[in-house]
Design a protein around this ligand. Structure first.
Ligand code: MG
Length: 385
């Protein structure tokens, strides 16, 4: 008979050392914890997934489980005060026929499929197994500011998750810990306390735990995030009887820009720059002139939609730089507002948008006041295409 394997992903922590609830922090368009769910969803030997979240995040937890573990996700449950209280609650959710249980910290988003297979195999043979890695640094025991002793590094290991156990072993360990009021920072410690042997398998450097804010940067490096630049250019003619809208702001002027939408040339150039960086074609493909839905539409909405598409690709907008080319009017008084409107539409800080304006000294169509041109570059960060 197939041995059923369940995994409990722990995401109920307060994340105090990272400064915020790190498991909910976004990488691209997805929360950190989604990576752990996906890893186990994709592993062929895992049958069921449970997600422990703090009670204020039960709905989000449920949604995450549905999205990132559609086949194996069983239940999002409310965690407890301490890590071990959350595990305790999770163990109560397991189905009767579960044979092996994995416990994993959501803050370790890079555990490999091989690592899971290794730990699982050992636990299946021996009853309890954990991933371990040798220490890089020399470890000393200190008291206040004085070294008491230097420990033998060759005998020490740093222990990671996922840790796998036979269900009856881990359930018994948690029941005993509860009776005796024991505390532990990992699950194996409670099994050890019971006198059951815990086996180690080779862990992975990449399987580090996100603990401090700077760990997010390290995570991006491990995920091989790239920086990409896109370029955008647009022109619209100035005609009587149309409003002049630039960067989502209407500017008083006797003539305005002609076009199918509100003809906001600046927004159009920025959208093209963003789509360029994301490798997603151009504004004409996304919002065609032929589509009556886009008639007179505010172009800020194009920015909004482009930002959403980019986020769905797992990309983040780092910076936008744009130059408006027009003879009149002076846009300096409106620049701040334009940046603010575009930043709002893109869901980024206004500091990430730089806007410039120039004339062409009376030369060409812009110099003669026949039209407005806009150039933009956009920088994105994201997973490799
Ligand atoms: Mg245009």
């Amino acid at each position: 008979m197939e041995e059923r394997v369940a995994v409990i992903v722990l995401a109920a922590g307060q994340g105090l050392r990272a400064g915020t609830k790190k498991q909910w922090m976004a990488l691209g368009d997805r929360p950190l914890l989604s990576f752990s769910l996906e890893i186990f969803e994709n592993h062929p030997l895992i049958h069921a997934l449970y997600l422990g979240v703090d009670k204020d995040h039960l709905e989000e937890g449920k949604a995450c489980l549905e999205k990132w573990a559609p086949n194996k996700g069983k239940k999002a449950f409310a965690g407890g005060e301490r890590r071990q209280d959350t595990v305790y609650n999770g163990l109560k959710e397991l189905e009767e026929d579960t044979l092996l249980v994995g416990i994993h910290d959501a803050a370790r988003p890079l555990a490999s499929q091989d690592l899971i297979s290794r730990v699982l195999k050992k636990a299946r043979e021996k009853g309890a197994a954990v991933p371990a890695i040798p220490l890089r640094d020399t470890i000393k025991e200190v008291q206040w500011d004085t070294v008491k002793t230097t420990l033998d590094r060759t005998r020490l290991r740093a222990i990671q998750t996922p840790q796998f156990f036979r269900k009856e072993i881990i359930q018994q360990a948690y029941q005993l810990a509860r009776q005796k009021g024991e505390e532990a920072t990992d699950d194996a410690s409670l099994v050890e306390a019971m006198g059951v042997e815990v086996y180690t398998v080779e862990g992975e450097e990449e399987n580090f735990k996100i603990t401090y804010p700077q760990d997010f940067k390290r995570l991006e490096d491990f995920m091989g995030w790239e920086t990409r630049i896109g370029f955008g250019y647009d022109v619209h003619p100035l005609v009587p009887g149309r409003p002049l809208i630039l960067g989502g702001v209407e500017i008083p002027h006797p003539v305005g820009l002609q076009g199918h939408s509100d003809a906001d040339v600046l927004c159009h150039a920025v959208v093209d720059a963003l789509l360029g960086a994301a490798g997603m074609g151009d504004i004409g493909e996304l919002f065609p002139d032929s589509d009556p839905r886009h008639k007179n539409r505010p172009s800020l909405e194009f920015l909004e939609e482009a930002a959403q598409l980019i986020a769905h690709q797992g990309c983040q907008i780092v910076h936008v730089d744009a130059t408006l080319v027009l003879e009149k009017p002076k846009i300096a008084p409106y620049k701040g507002k334009m940046v603010e409107e575009m930043a709002k539409a893109l869901g980024i800080s206004p500091r990430r948008i730089n806007l410039k304006a120039t004339t062409t000294e009376g030369l060409g169509f812009t110099g003669k006041g026949k039209g407005v041109a806009a150039y933009a570059t956009a920088t994105l960060k994201g997973r490799p295409l």
